[in-house]
Ligand binder design. Sequence first.
Ligand code: ACO
Length: 466
Amino acid sequence: MHENTKAITDLILKVREKSRQETGNEPAPEMPKPIQWPIQCLVGPGLEGAIACESKVGYVNGAKGWLVYRGYDVFDLCAYSTFEEVSYLLLYGQLPGNSQLKAFKEKMVKYRSIPSTIRLLANFPVATMNTMSALSFGASLMKQELFSQKQDNYRFENGRTISADEDSIPMETRPRGEEHAIYEFNRLDKTKESAEGLYPGADYESSLRLIAGVASVAGAVARLKQGNLPIDSDPNLSHAANLIYMITGKYPTAVQERIMDIALILHADHGINASTFATLVVASTLSDIYFAVGSGIAALNGPLHGGANEQVLHMLKNIGGSDRVDSWYENARAKKEKIMGFGHRVYKAYDPRARILGPLAEYLIKENDDPEVKQLFDVALALEKKVIATLGVEKKIFPNVDFYSGIVYSSLGIPVELFTPIFAVSRVSGWVSRVMEYLEHNRIFRPRAMYSGSFNAEYLPIEKRT
Ligand code: ACO
């Protein structure tokens, strides 16, 4: 291991210890037995508290600030693992052995090369498009690449959807004895490995194509935005190094690669958040996984979700200096503005991802000695202190994953408009893993709204309406 990347591992282990001391070393909470549907739970607006499905992919404990992927503490994965290994873990449920990881990496390298998609994308005015809409568009175009390669048609043909949906029933229960929709690929035996060392099945394959390919789309979008031609992926690079290379056109140092790798691991999965839910909703209609991921990208774009990382950077720049934090904050509070990069639907403790990203930002700033980014970091530290002392005490609002990620990306030479696409590049792993899991027992999503409108409205011709 490179000496400096070892220092980063040590830094994460130190943060892990601090987190364990603060959040307690208690064993994992006793998990309930498999759900017997229907279940009762208290639901708030925005489906807060609603349980939509059972999952083994990942676990978030918002009260303590724990994040677990398939049983593994995210601190350990950041300290010891790689994005490729973590993607394998999320998708297939276990860490890979040597030959499995080798085969997985080879596939990732192969699927990173999507020349027809990039050619098609370059024909559109990407330079003037929103980066996330270009990314979502690129994800859809990836499917065209499959057709152009005359591969199997991935569209689901034989599924039968469940149609037992009546607003009059108080709680929808899963109809018994009916034939349930089965996603075509689930008929394949995923316990057997193909000659290439991976599970067969078109949609595990599509999942892999998406994990690998969306990164190349992000790279191409970055280049086109800057008025440059996209560059080919480099098969000799890791996923993290290749992402930096395709975006910036420069080969990263070992430290830059390692830090991007950690950032990708940290963003890979996070329960049924808004974008994961959007992905699952689309997949549950038996649409296809490319559309589903496109919807995830669209949901992630919002400033209340993944789009917050860009907003944080604008906010920190706008504040202008750590000496201006107090007055800026008092003003924002008076206007009841949301402070970007703080608060979370689930975390009512310090977000473990921010625990890692903050020190990583500091590490990079020391390495780079860039006064502009250093100023942003100083503003961030002062703001964090202020928010924790007020909103932290009053409402348990702490920094979230988006607070320090932008400073990390800036230190890696990544332009602001690429921050949210990079989040998506990583989260594709979680989206597709959860889609594959959900479709094993698919049921179309269909919550209800409480109608509070009127009845018996009389239809008037337009000339009589006031
Ligand atoms: N700044 C100031 N006050 C806040 C913030 C914030 N960042 N977040 C929540 N609050 C306050 C709200 O004003 C509200 O106060 P009230 O009860 O007095 O009205 C209370 O805390 C609850 O806030 P909600 O918005 O209802 O909480 P919810 O769980 O719906 O929202 C969310 C969570 C969207 C993340 C919210 O905290 C927020 O808008 N944060 C800023 C945007 C952000 O950083 N988003 C990224 C989240 S991480 C991610 O998605 C990857």
